[in-house]
Design a protein around this ligand. Sequence first.
Ligand code: GTP
Ligand code: MG
Ligand code: ZN
Length: 319
Amino acid sequence: MESELYRCAAVFTAQNILVYRDGRYDRAIISGKIDNQVLVGDYLACEMVYGQLYVNGIVRRKNRVSRLQTGKIQGLAANVDITFIMTSANQDFNLARLERYYILAKEGGTRICFVLSKTDLTDRYEELAGIISKRFSECPVEKTSIYQVDSEKVLYNHWHENETAIFLGSSGVGKSSLINRMLKDEVIRTGDIRKGDDRGHHTTTARHIYILPNKRVVIDTPGLRSVGISANADTLDELFPEIKELESKCKYKNCSHLSESGCAIQEALEREELDYNRYLRYLKLVGAEQRRQILLKGKEYEKESLIKELKASRKNKRK
Ligand SMILES: Nc1nc2c(ncn2[C@@H]2O[C@H](COP(=O)(O)OP(=O)(O)OP(=O)(O)O)[C@@H](O)[C@H]2O)c(=O)[nH]1
Ligand SMILES: [Mg+2]
Ligand SMILES: [Zn+2]
């Protein structure tokens, strides 16, 4: 029998997956011939044998979105056109986390759009959208709320028919809820089934593809607990261009940027031309944990001595 082309919609186990074709979902078994890991979004050559689908081959991927987990690369999805990075407008806003998602999506070769969700809960979203736009100047930022009719439609300006989008973002930001709006039907389980805790637990437990009535393809994902990225990612230099530039200006080629004279990084930090928190985030991303700790300690000592000075001056005043 002839092989036919299916797409992987979900991965249950190393052997068992869900595939779809022409609006129908089927279970399929991965045959022993395949040594590569099958990812959600993969196009697969499948063959029906006595009523059971078998996967015989993976079509060469256009791209792959992956993260680094305990030193190993874990593929999240394949053949993705656009990544929607979602952060809710009412919860604690974390630029470092958005940078990680950005690097992950960019390294995966996808377009990127930021989504500020739950705008019905706060009026801070203009400010937050401004911060995101400033940090990721070439990415669009959209605002959504499931309590505002059709608010999801703005995303279709960035995501066209037959294109595949993946939604990334912390647990509870509202990825599945928004996708449900797009599906026009409650098909995905969302967080409101368990009332009382709007964060902390994962409602979505596995990545899953859904086909929208308007012919777009969407991958819902559970919030990632860790967003590991590869430290030598090119995107790092793009995201922190001034740091590479400064490093090249240090007096010594092998400068550790800690105590050497003529260190451009330290000088820029002292002159506050390089933002201290931004540099700490950079060190964390490149895995320079030792340097980061030393820098952090340095700052603490500075704080401590400042506190001592303050205390001393107060004592003096009292005298
Ligand atoms: N007020 C408000 N609540 C929302 C909105 N979107 C989602 N929620 C609520 O936020 C909670 C979490 O939503 P989910 O869609 O399950 O979040 P998720 O990002 O899919 O979370 P995980 O699957 O755990 O990664 C639910 O109680 C939703 O009802 C919104 O636009 N406004
Ligand atoms: Mg979900
Ligand atoms: Zn230096």
